[in-house]
Design a protein around this ligand. Structure first.
Ligand code: ZN
Ligand code: ZN
Length: 340
């Protein structure tokens, strides 16, 4: 099969590789139709990643069609459209037992990454890590189930209450997904700070109050909007520690700060410990998702409760994946998908 093989920083090549084949009665073969580019793919491509040692096929946000199943498979049929989670948790390790399966140390993975024609999983994997996609749902949208699941994980931890005021730093695809899920959770006002005009426009179209941090004075803006109290929840969806430090005071006493975006390794952050002591602000972080959140994400897309189509700005064939990566590196557009 054709696949985009990552061979070290800056090296991504379309190669002919061995396709996964059904060898056991409980296996499921999925023809990948759409695989979206994620920040993690870009980070790996540019700088390498401890979890993706080259040569390896990247890609983990995808949807496709079941094309072959072993004879014991009951969970899906040939011809079904599905989206597949890029990992499932083991259910047995310390973190799974402690109720944070998204931190599982013994994750299971599909046969290979999704910038390839086929991916194989087992039926037991599918029980936790597959979601059916109805015929009328575009597979480009279904491919965004995984990033949406990651956002649900963060918003669940934020415990947004009806009529809360939420501030989101950054309106990249993940910031915008946070905006959509926070709205669904009943936030009455969502303020989005973003440098890029086109991204502010999308956030504004989605109903956010937008700010250009290079022009507006964020501090007085937030103070005015919240009668001097600060926002209930602050979600940081950028990878810049200076930006993060500059916004920590915008949360109200007793409020929550969610570090959603991953930072470069060995980053450090300076903060006043009295933010937590006297002001009782909670610092939270989030990465990954639980099987339940993956299924919830698929349900929300399938039933039109979250419209991710607004985030998909470009589509490239697999052969042109390098151009797709270059576009993403240049911060052009929002979600870029690869059709396979
Ligand atoms: Zn991702
Ligand atoms: Zn585990």
């Amino acid at each position: 099969m054709k696949a985009a093989v990552y061979r070290g920083p800056g090296k991504l090549k379309i190669e002919e590789v061995k396709a996964p084949i059904i060898e056991k009665d409980d296996e499921i073969l999925v023809k990948v139709k759409v695989s979206a580019i994620c920040g993690t793919d870009i980070k790996t491509y540019l700088h390498g990643h401890h979890a993706f040692k080259p040569p390896v096929i990247l890609g983990h946000e995808f949807a496709g069609e079941v094309v072959e199943v072993g004879k014991d498979v009951e969970i899906c049929d040939v011809g079904d459209n599905v989206t597949v989670a890029p990992f499932i948790n083991c259910g047995r390790c310390l973190f799974c037992r402690k109720g944070v399966p998204e931190l599982c140390e013994k994750r299971y993975f599909p046969s290979n990454g999704s910038f390839a024609e086929f991916v194989k999983i087992s039926q037991s994997y599918a029980e936790l890590g597959i979601a059916a996609i109805p015929e009328d749902i575009d597979l480009q949208e279904a491919a965004l189930t995984e990033p949406l699941a990651c956002v649900i994980n963060a918003i669940d931890d934020c415990k947004i209450q009806l009529s809360d005021k939420v501030m989101i730093i950054g309106a990249g695809p993940m910031g915008l997904l946070n905006l959509m899920v926070a709205q669904l959770r009943g936030a009455s006002q969502i303020i989005v700070s973003e440098l890029v005009a086109e991204r502010r426009k999308v956030a504004s179209d989605l109903g956010a109050t937008v700010i250009d941090p290079t022009k507006d004075d964020l501090s007085s803006f937030i103070s005015e909007l919240t009668d001097g109290a600060g926002v209930d929840e602050l979600i940081i969806a950028v990878a810049n520690t200076e930006t993060a430090e500059s916004v920590l005071n915008f949360v109200r006493p007793g409020g929550k700060i969610m570090f959603f975006g991953g930072f470069p390794s060995s980053s450090s952050l300076t903060l006043d410990p009295n933010l937590m002591h006297y002001r009782q602000v909670s610092l939270l972080g989030s990465s990954g998702f639980t099987p339940q959140q993956f299924k919830q994400a698929a349900e929300l897309i399938n039933h039109g409760k979250i419209n991710v189509s607004k985030l998909i700005t470009h589509s490239f064939p697999l052969q042109e994946i390098k151009d797709a990566f270059d576009l993403s590196i240049a911060h052009q557009g929002l979600k870029i998908v690869v059709s396979i």
